[in-house]
Design a protein around this ligand. Structure first.
Ligand code: UD1
Length: 423
C-alpha cells in the first residue's frame, strides 16, 4: 500500500489549479443511468472514487471511456438493476444508483452500505423518500430490495438535509412524470450541479422561494454534455495548506463563494487573503494565528469535510480553539494522529479542544479517512523533520494528484510503496 514521505518546513508558493468536484461528479455519473443517450462530462478528476463509479456503471451495463478529464458514457445493451457487494463496499456513494435504477426498472436490488470510519451512516432518509414515491423497500440478506407497481410524484420532507438522499431522490423524481416537491433538502453547490444536469436532460428542476426543490419529472430523459463545478473541498484544503505553511499561494479555478464561511474564519484567524471571482490568493503573514471556534453544519455552514484540515491549521494557532463536529458522530480519527506529531487535542463526544503548540515534529502516522488524511499532509508540511503517512489510498479517493500539486508549490512529498520500492 502506498505511503507518503513528507519533508516538513517548506513554505508553499505558487499557483494551484482546482479539479472538478468529486462530490458533484459521483451523482452526475450515476445520473447517466436515467437515459440510453450519450453522456459527456468534462473536468472529471482522476480519483479512486471516480474510477470505482465508472466500474459500477460498467457492471450495470454502460460503456464508459475516460480520457484527459472527459468521461463519455454510452449504452451497451440492456442495463442491469442490481449491484454486487464487492463494488458497494468500496464506496458508500454507490448506493446513489438506487434512485435512477428504481425509476427506470420499478425495481432494484442494492447491497446496503455498511458503516464507515465516520460512523453508522444509515440510508433511512433515502428509503423513506422512495416509499413516498410509491416504492416498497425491504432488506433481505444485506440487500435493499426496491419495487413498485407504479411510481408517482410526491411531496417529501427530509428529516435531515442529507446530501446523498437529496441527490438520490431528485434523480429518481426526474424520471417520474409530474411534480415532486422536496423539502428540507441539502443546499450544497453539488446539488445545484446535479440539478443543472437533470435540467439539461429534459426534467424541469427549480428551487422555489421557500428553498424547496420542485422537480417536474419526464417519462424519458436525454443525454447531456456538462462541465463539473470546481471542488470546494479541494479548494478549501489547499487554502488551508497554504495558510498553515504561511505560504504565498494562488488557488485558481475555484468558486470562492462556495467557501464563504471558511474564508471568513481564516480572515478572523489572521490569514491575509485576496479573493477574486475565480481565485483565492493566500498571502504570507507574520506572528501567530488567532484561535477560532468552528461548528460544522449543512451548507452554507462550515463543511464537515474541511473540519480535519481546519484542525491542522488551528494546532499551530496561539491559544485554545474548538471544533464542534455536528454532522458525523465519529469524525476525529485524525486527532490522535496529530497528537503523535506534537499537537495538543482533547476530544469529547462531538467536540475537539485544540490548544495551540509552537511546533510539530514529523512522525509515522496513519490516514484513516479521506479528509483526515489531508489534515495529516498539512501537519506534515508544517512539522520539523519527516512525516510518514500510511494508507494514502484514503487521500487518493478524493484528491487528484495531491503530491504533484503540492510539489509544484515547493513541497517535498514522495509516494512510495514499501512492498515494491527500495528506500
Ligand atoms: C456527502 C458527501 C460527504 C460529506 C457529507 C456531508 C458525497 C459523495 N459525500 O455524504 O463528503 O461529508 O455529504 O456534507 O457527496 N444520514 C442519516 N440517514 C440517511 C442519510 C444520512 O442518518 O439516510 C446522516 C448521516 O449518517 C450523517 C448525516 O446524515 O450523519 C449527513 O449525511 P449525508 O448528508 O447524507 O452525507 P453523504 O451524502 O453520505
Amino acid at each position: 500500500m502506498d505511503r507518503f514521505l513528507v519533508e516538513g518546513g517548506k513554505q508553499l508558493k505558487g499557483t494551484v489549479k482546482i479539479s472538478g468536484s468529486k462530490n458533484a461528479c459521483l451523482p452526475i455519473l450515476v445520473a447517466s443511468l436515467l437515459t440510453d443517450e450519450p453522456f459527456i462530462l468534462h473536468r472529471v478528476p482522476n480519483l479512486r472514487d471516480v474510477r470505482t463509479t465508472l466500474k459500477i456503471l460498467t457492471a450495470l451495463g454502460k460503456k464508459t471511456h475516460y480520457e484527459n478529464g472527459t468521461v463519455t458514457i454510452t449504452a451497451d445493451g440492456p442495463l442491469k438493476n442490481s449491484l454486487p457487494y464487492e463494488l458497494v463496499k468500496q464506496m458508500r456513494a454507490s448506493f446513489w444508483v438506487a434512485g435512477p435504477l428504481l425509476a427506470r426498472f420499478k425495481s432494484a436490488e442494492i447491497p446496503l452500505p455498511g458503516g464507515c470510519a465516520l460512523g453508522a451512516r444509515p440510508v433511512d432518509i433515502h428509503l423513506k423518500g422512495f416509499e413516498k414515491l410509491g416504492a416498497d423497500c425491504t432488506t433481505e440478506r444485506g440487500n435493499v430490495l426496491l419495487s413498485a407497481q407504479e411510481l408517482h410524484p410526491a411531496k417529501i420532507t427530509l428529516r435531515f438535509p442529507s446530501v446523498g438522499a437529496t441527490q438520490n431522490l431528485m434523480m429518481c423524481a426526474a424520471l417520474i412524470p409530474g411534480e415532486t416537491v422536496l423539502e428540507n433538502i441539502a443546499k450544497e453547490p453539488e446539488i445545484d450541479d446535479v440539478a443543472e444536469v437533470l435540467l439539461k436532460m429534459g426534467a424541469h428542476v427549480v428551487t422555489d422561494e421557500k428553498g424547496r426543490l420542485i422537480i417536474e419529472g419526464k417519462e424519458k430523459l436525454g443525454g447531456v454534455e456538462h462541465t463539473v463545478v470546481a471542488d470546494r473541498i479541494e479548494t478549501g484544503s489547499y487554502i488551508l495548506a497554504a495558510a498553515a505553511t504561511r505560504g504565498d499561494v494562488r488557488v485558481e479555478g475555484c468558486v470562492p463563494e462556495h467557501n464563504s464561511i471558511l474564508l471568513e474564519y481564516l480572515q478572523e484567524a489572521g490569514v491575509p487573503l485576496e479573493i477574486g471571482m475565480d481565485f483565492v490568493h493566500v498571502k504570507p503573514y507574520q506572528g501567530a494565528l488567532k484561535p477560532v471556534r468552528i461548528k460544522t453544519a449543512p451548507y452554507p455552514g462550515f463543511a464537515t469535510d474541511l473540519q480535519a484540515p481546519w484542525m491542522a491549521l488551528m494546532i499551530l494557532a496561539e491559544g485554545a480553539s474548538e471544533v464542534d463536529e455536528d454532522i458525523f458522530e465519529n469524525r476525529f480519527m485524525h486527532a490522535p494522529e496529530l497528537v503523535r506529531m506534537g499537537a495538543n487535542i482533547v476530544t469529547e463526544k462531538s467536540i475537539a479542544r485544540v490548544s495551540g503548540v509552537k511546533e510539530l515534529s514529523g512522525a509515522h502516522v496513519m490516514a484513516s479517512d479521506l479528509r483526515g488524511g489531508f489534515a495529516l499532509l498539512i501537519a506534515g508540511l508544517c512539522a520539523k523533520g519527516t512525516t510518514e503517512i500510511e494508507r494514502v489510498y484514503h487521500i487518493d479517493r478524493g484528491y487528484e494528484d495531491p503530491e504533484g500539486k503540492l510539489n509544484a508549490l515547493g513541497a517535498h512529498v514522495t509516494r512510495y510503496n514499501p512492498d515494491k520500492d527500495d528506500f
